[in-house]
Design a protein around this ligand. Structure first.
Ligand code: ATP
Length: 253
């Protein structure tokens, strides 16, 4: 079992921004959260992370309402990389990634022998091992993004929530990152704008439109020209990739 949204609705500033959304990933699966600007992707991720509560419906972790679980239990299970994750202080990259170990620390804040290994592995996975001792503020935008992802990986979560993680990344790092997360034995929900990347790497996609989940399923079944026109208002052609068979989308304007 894993993390699920069960008919969750949430009002923000008087508007219904998440409207009876159902999201039930299989354990270990990567689910892409798609939809235009303002369609509710980040809001749904906040509910899944348990930092905000839905007005109706429930987010469950292994079948139990996340609202009834201890904050520390949730923190050990779910890691999140949000869109505007910032780190202002003058600390090293290693220390930023070490923050991911906080939920695993003992009652007096002592680290475990696993901490160093988890931090090193996380840095290695995002290709930042050689930046470990650099000051955070000396990193480029893409390197900071990867350091935030390393922090989430160092947490060794079973559920990973990512809000547009490929922002700021060059094409190789976009591909590397999505390949990495889709191969982790972790349930991932990733908000992403690039439909082609979603089609390449996600097991399932859910499309949000004005707060509602209007489609969900395998990318090949969901990402049709009709759906793309209806949701994004653009004309697209969808073909199958000659090798992978996954959908490839081209746009006309
Ligand atoms: N703090 C807030 N107070 C009121 N309304 C908000 C707040 N944050 C977001 N909203 C509104 O909620 C709706 C959904 O926003 P959300 O950020 O979840 O969309 P999104 O799909 O992640 O968008 P984007 O692709 O632009 O990042 C939008 O209409 C937005 O204006």
């Amino acid at each position: 079992m894993t993390l699920s949204a069960e008919r969750v609705s949430w009002r923000r500033g008087g508007s219904l921004v998440v409207d009876e959304v159902e999201l039930t990933p299989q354990p270990g699966e990567t689910v892409g959260l798609l939809g235009p600007n303002g369609s509710g992707k980040s809001s749904l991720l906040r509910l899944l992370q348990g930092v905000s509560r839905p007005d109706s419906g429930a987010v469950t972790l292994d079948g139990r309402d996340i609202a009834s679980l201890r904050r520390s239990t949730v923190a050990r299970r779910i890691a999140a990389v949000t869109q505007h994750a910032e780190t202002h202080t003058d600390i090293t990259v290693y220390d930023v990634v070490r923050l991911g170990r906080t939920p695993h620390r003992g009652p007096w804040g002592q680290g475990s022998p696993d901490d160093h290994r988890a931090i090193r592995e996380a840095l290695e996975r995002v290709g930042l091992s050689d930046r470990a001792d650099r000051l955070w503020r000396s990193l480029s935008g893409g390197e900071r993004q990867r350091a935030h992802i390393a922090r989430a990986l160092a947490q060794e979560p079973r559920e990973l929530l990512l809000d547009e993680p490929t922002n700021h990344l060059d094409i190789k790092h976009q591909l590397d990152l999505l390949h990495l997360i889709s191969n982790l034995d972790v349930t991932c929900v990733v908000a992403i704008h690039d439909l082609n990347l979603a089609a390449m790497f996600c097991d399932e996609v859910v499309v949000l439109h004005a707060g509602r989940a209007v489609a969900g399923g395998r990318p090949a079944d969901v990402l049709t020209p009709e759906l793309i026109r209806e949701v994004y208002g653009v004309t697209a052609e969808v073909t199958a990739h000659p090798v992978s068979g996954r959908p490839q989308i081209t746009f006309t304007y």
